[in-house]
Ligand binder design. Structure first.
Ligand code: SF4
Length: 190
């Protein structure tokens, strides 16, 4: 496959290397629970679409996860509509764009929901767990935790980017998870 092409097979590697924390958390729960609730599915489907994942590959990706727990026929009946909808082949046939940080920041996840911006919605314990999973050194938690506590989620995300990539985010602020991804790929593929 051509360099940089996103398929359902390399999402996990790209996630480890380059996804922002809001998407890493959705992937973590999808892998763990073989399920994601509606809002999380929608946020993640649109992000992956923005990476260039085709509709066919998107269905294959979600199917592989969900059918670890449910029958394929149930998946096809209950869960493919939202994917086709996000790709604009159902409902209003609108070609929905991946959500920006300001859209995602409006999300308020309920029980067993993982959408939204983690730098806004995670409690201190979960935030530290997420930083640990991302390989960030404990001594570097403080600036991120300060920004989280001061209600500066996009600033915290920028500090996080700097720590996981070993160099600073090249723009003044993080406004979109798909731009975060693009900037990460430029560093990783150098
Ligand atoms: Fe995602 Fe934006 Fe929050 Fe970063 S600031 S975790 S890219 S929503």
């Amino acid at each position: 496959s051509k360099k940089g092409q996103v398929t359902e097979k390399n999402i996990h590697q790209l996630c480890d290397e380059s996804f922002p924390l809001c998407m890493k958390i959705l992937q973590l729960h999808l892998s763990r629970d073989h399920h994601l609730r509606n809002e999380g599915r929608y946020q993640y489907t649109l992000f992956l679409k923005g990476l260039g994942l085709s509709l066919t590959n998107s269905v294959a990706f979600w199917k592989a996860h969900f059918t670890k727990k449910i029958e394929e026929s149930v998946f096809m009946k209950k869960y493919t509509y939202h994917i086709r909808h996000a790709y604009g082949t159902e409902g209003k046939m609108a070609d929905y764009r991946p959500k920006s940080c300001s859209d995602i920041l409006k999300g308020i996840p309920g029980p067993l929901e993982y959408h939204g911006c983690p730098f806004k919605v995670l409690d201190t314990i979960r935030m530290k767990e997420a930083l640990h999973r991302s390989g960030i050194d404990r001594k570097d938690y403080a600036p991120i935790m300060d920004q989280v506590q001061n209600g500066l989620p996009q600033e915290a995300c920028k500090t996080y980017f700097g720590l996981v990539h070993g160099e600073n985010y090249p723009h003044s602020s993080i406004e979109h998870p798909n731009v975060y991804y693009d900037e990460s790929r430029k560093i990783r593929l150098r």
